[in-house]
Design a protein around this ligand. Structure first.
Ligand code: ZN
Length: 80
């Protein structure tokens, strides 16, 4: 069993990797995620270089919120 808690920064990194992978499957060419916010409440934002759709990664979402979201994760890339 792994009882080690991941560091907050690593948690956001993990979300970023997950989200970019998911967006890539939809054909997007995502920008490097840009972290914003306070320590422990960080969010990363990224956009598609092709269609400009965005996505957001939240390391500390509301209880009923989501940690990753955005249209880039819900819709396929509109290339051309
Ligand atoms: Zn796109």
């Amino acid at each position: 069993m792994n009882n080690k808690k991941p560091r907050e920064r690593n948690k956001l990194r993990l979300l970023e990797r997950k989200a970019i992978k998911a967006a890539k499957l939809r054909g997007h060419n995502m920008s490097r995620p840009e972290p914003r916010g306070k320590k422990g409440m960080m969010r990363s934002y990224s956009y598609c270089r092709t269609c400009a759709m965005t996505m957001m990664m939240d390391e500390h979402p509301q209880p009923n919120g989501i940690s990753i979201g955005g249209e880039a994760l819900a819709l396929n890339c509109k290339e051309g």
